[in-house]
Design a protein around this ligand. Sequence first.
Ligand code: FMN
Length: 414
Amino acid sequence: MKRVDDFRLRLGKHELVPIMIGGMGVDISSADLAVEAARLGGVGHISDAMINTVSDRRYDTKHVKEKLAFYKYNVKNEDKSSVKFDLGRLAEATKLHVEATMTRKRGDGMILINCMEKLTMNAPKETLKVRMEAAMDAGIDGITLAAGLHLGSFALIEAHPRFRDVQLGIIVSSVRALQLFLKKSSRTGRLPDYIVVEGPLAGGHLGFGMDWAQYDLATIVAEVIQFLKNEHLDIPVIPAGGIFTGSDATAFLESGAAAVQVATRFTVSEECGLPADAKQEYFKASEDDIEVNQISPTGYPMRMIKSSPGIGDGIRPNCEAYGYLLDANGKCAYVTSFNRELAAHPGARKISVMDKTCLCTHMRNFDIWTCGHLTYRLKDTTRKAADGSYQLLTAEHIFKDYQFSTEQKIALPE
Ligand SMILES: Cc1cc2nc3c(=O)[nH]c(=O)nc-3n(C[C@H](O)[C@H](O)[C@H](O)COP(=O)(O)O)c2cc1C
């Protein structure tokens, strides 16, 4: 009987254990987690979501405080179009995070950075270019372009000296999205080095509408593999979303996938960036506690635990401090919803905003508990203590369980 360890993923010069830990913003897929994945011979991701904020927390910079001080005059203004990111600071924050992570890298694996293109930052192209170039300057092994798949992203960095040596991957949820991307980026003469195919059971934002339940990862993966074959393109295909056991992963590898991307099982690892109490919420969640809703201002459906403290919270938008979701015109759907509720409840001390959330603030504070569909199975992957708490797992334990387990078995910790 085959297991994941019978397969290898080839990316550039690397031969890897075909397990990729997916990017999880904001700093949920921490450097600690990525470094472990690489040490074990697989692929880890850090994320560049809210990188200035992450830099302040991890490396003692003061980007957020200073940005807020600079734009303080605008806090009560509905118009956020003047609130811009300083590109020099953005580059500095990205470099700090990438360098600090890459310096710690050991072993034969790789560390990539997940760049969410939906973080439009009130200047989508300029900021994305800076984020990607700074990551390459700082020695990242590769970049995974996620959520929003800006079709011109490769062209933004084609003049960079590492454009042809860095691994560049994309995340798609349909053959159509892949076709569009290949067509648009063909001008750069550069194909993606890997394609993550993310299905409807993944965590974070979904590349599907609210009819996500009608789609099936295995079907989409088969379509993508067939399309690449027809086009005579040899690009590794990496399924993601709901791959919970080593046997689930092996089934994909046996049907032509080059690796798998997984995330949910690592949300309860010691190395994961979520706070300890949030990890217990992930363990405790039942299937009914998890929903896909439309409160993300990005416009993409997002999966989360229903009791996330950020849901319904009507805080004042924090664009002057954060502002990662401001679009090219300085607009964010939460700002619109907040102002509508404010006008409807004049004089109220506290308002509630149900249709959208201030995602920057709540992801920063770990108050939106985004998760994969199979989060409700996490409790079966560990032991429960007498006080009702669940034992955290090491990333190594989870990684090796994926790598070596067979027959749908999940190894419990010592
Ligand atoms: C907590 C959490 C946060 C996530 N955040 C991101 C993200 O910022 N960007 C992204 O491209 N994918 C994100 N994802 C998706 C994962 O990278 C991955 O593709 C997917 O969750 C894999 O499915 P699984 O969680 O069922 O293993 C996130 C997933 C989780 C569980």
